[in-house]
Design a protein around this ligand. Structure first.
Ligand SMILES: Cc1cc2nc3c(=O)[nH]c(=O)nc-3n(C[C@H](O)[C@H](O)[C@H](O)COP(=O)(O)OP(=O)(O)OC[C@H]3O[C@@H](n4cnc5c(N)ncnc54)[C@H](O)[C@@H]3O)c2cc1C
Length: 500
């Protein structure tokens, strides 16, 4: 009977909030979902401009249909559809080597299509080593370095454990950085540049900070599932599909409804107060607003002091800032619908410019071509290109100015690589930290949420349950592993399972 249903209020309609709302509504709860924006989806949102479907950020989804979103969609009987491609990425390495990345690392097509580049890389490496004082000297050094590192057998064992996603091994690797882990295997710049860039792509944390366990979980899963892709209709279709199922099942969605305060009585969450002064009662409150904002809304006085100080010390990921280009015709033709410029710089210092307030000499460019994934992302015959580059997060005057300079440099580099774009730009627009912060209502514009750095992943990750009874967290800050939106999806499944 309807009056017996437990009432749930979910604060925020990001992928985590919309996912958990749909799952709980489907499982017999009576859910009200509130979002401060007039649109749904949080940072996973897209909008229409002149017939283009434009991502508010710059998204690709590492596991697509086989990941957490595929699972939620099946559980709520949603209508989410996925698009994949093979090869999925085209890489420019060291400013000169072009490589196609396939969904599977062992795809035989990769061997053929990259044969010439791989031979060139090997040839250049040998020539470089010979130039640096002869192969034998270099070999001596390699042997010396290898003696201090993993033996080849240890390395092979490590690779096998990673491929099998051995949980105990990942827990162990949560305690060291990816940089530390990789330097046990190699000091060669080229592979390290690729992996440092990939760390920024998968976690938006420099590889000198990211937890090796978290990164390898994301990396191994992406290649194991082989369904990296995008949803048909743009990134908004992920929360969109969940919310259509949610409303079909009787859930109540209220957009433009901001929560000012979480109502805590006798140590229990009992509902929320909106900024409009409305009181909404509930048996359970689930917050998708991020762990720090949730504490503010509930009032620190309701939590143990050590929890408050733990939460205050948690660090955020870096940002991704973007320029979107609507082109009047399809001028860039690549083998894959996504392009990366992997910086030709010292991998250990690739992203130092972010903290230093500087501009990258050779920027890492994460450049999906949405209209190559999905022709409906641009009007017929036209092309949409979105170029993302990592940046700082605090929304200050200096950081906003730094973002503009980074985006200037990113555009310069993009047009060096694809000069044919220059005369066909119908419109372009930038989004940076101030735009991201305006979506979430925070003073920071981090890309992901909490940083997946050493000390904040695996057993160190905040749990979805809080010390306040019936107050839960969902989203990237709560409980799960994975790439960006997908860990928010994993968190939604985790919370729904714990509650039902
Ligand atoms: C530029 C950019 C590029 C990205 N690229 C990728 C990518 O390629 N792949 C990927 O997987 N991820 C990517 N991400 C990250 C991804 O978008 C986020 O990690 C994900 O959206 C976080 O999901 P979430 O559910 O935790 O919360 P969010 O998406 O942050 O949503 C939180 C919601 O809570 C609402 N809210 C907050 N406070 C209140 C309140 N008081 N009352 C009511 N509502 C409130 C907000 O309005 C918002 O809708 C990118 C993000 C950005 C910005």
């Amino acid at each position: 009977m309807a009056q017996d249903k437990k009432k749930v209020v979910v604060i925020g309609s990001g992928p985590g909030g919309s996912g958990v709302a749909a799952l709980l509504q489907a499982r017999g709860y009576q859910v009200t979902l509130l979002d401060r924006n007039e649109f749904y989806g949080g940072k996973c949102w897209s909008f229409t401009r002149d017939g283009y479907v434009v991502d508010s950020g710059v998204h690709m989804f590492s596991m697509g249909v086989s990941g957490q979103f595929g699972d939620i969609n099946r559980m709520v009987r949603g209508d989410l559809e996925w698009l994949t491609a093979n090869p999925s990425e085209h890489l420019l390495l060291d400013g000169k080597y072009r490589l196609n990345l396939y969904q599977s690392l062992t795809d035989p097509r990769a061997m053929f299509s990259n044969l010439r580049t791989n031979m060139q890389i090997a040839k250049d490496m040998i020539a470089e080593k010979a130039g640096r004082g002869g192969l034998s000297k270099e070999l001596d050094r390699e042997v010396y370095r290898a003696a201090k590192k993993n033996s080849p057998l240890e390395t092979l064992r490590a690779v096998a454990k990673i491929a099998l996603l051995n949980p105990s091994y990942l827990v162990e690797l949560d305690e060291i950085t990816l940089q530390e882990f990789l330097h046990r295997i190699t000091d060669e710049w080229l592979p390290l540049q690729g992996l440092a860039a990939l760390s920024m792509l998968l976690t938006v944390v420099p590889y000198s900070e990211v937890s090796a366990g978290e990164y390898l979980w994301c990396f191994a899963n992406a290649f194991r599932k082989q369904t990296l892709g995008v949803p048909r209709g743009g990134s908004r279709e992920i929360p969109g599909a969940f919310l259509r199922a949610f409303q079909r099942d009787g859930g109540e969605l209220r957009l433009g409804s901001e929560v000012a305060r979480i109502n805590i009585r006798d140590g229990k969450a009992r509902g929320v107060f909106t900024t409009g002064g409305e009181q909404i009662d509930a048996d359970i409150v689930i917050s998708n607003a991020g762990i720090k904002r949730t504490l503010e809304m509930a009032g620190e006085e309701h939590f143990p002091a050590d929890y408050v100080s733990y939460v205050k010390k948690l660090k955020y990921s870096c940002s991704f800032i973007t320029t979107k280009y609507g082109l009047d015709r399809r001028v860039v033709d690549l083998p894959a619908p996504g392009f990366f410029n992997v910086p030709a710089v010292d991998p250990d210092h690739m992203f130092d410019y972010i903290e230093e307030g500087g501009v990258p000499e050779d920027p890492f460019l994460f450049t999906p071509f949405p209209s190559e994934w999905d022709p409906y992302a641009a009007p017929s015959g036209k092309q949409l290109i979105i170029c993302g580059v990592p940046g700082p997060i605090e929304v200050t005057k200096d950081n906003v100015a730094q973002c503009e300079r980074i985006l200037d440099r990113a555009e310069e580099r993009l047009l060096e690589i694809f000069p044919q774009m220059a005369n066909h730009i119908e419109w372009k627009m930038r989004t940076h930290i101030a735009h991201t912060a305006a979506i979430t209502g925070k003073p920071t514009g981090e890309c992901i949420g909490l940083a997946q750095c050493v000390g904040q992943t695996g057993v160190h990750k905040p749990t979805p349950w809080t010390p306040v009874k019936d107050l839960w967290l969902v989203g990237t800050d709560a409980g799960a592993r994975g790439v960006g939106t997908e860990q928010a999806g994993g968190s939604a499944i985790y919370v729904a399972n714990l509650l039902s």
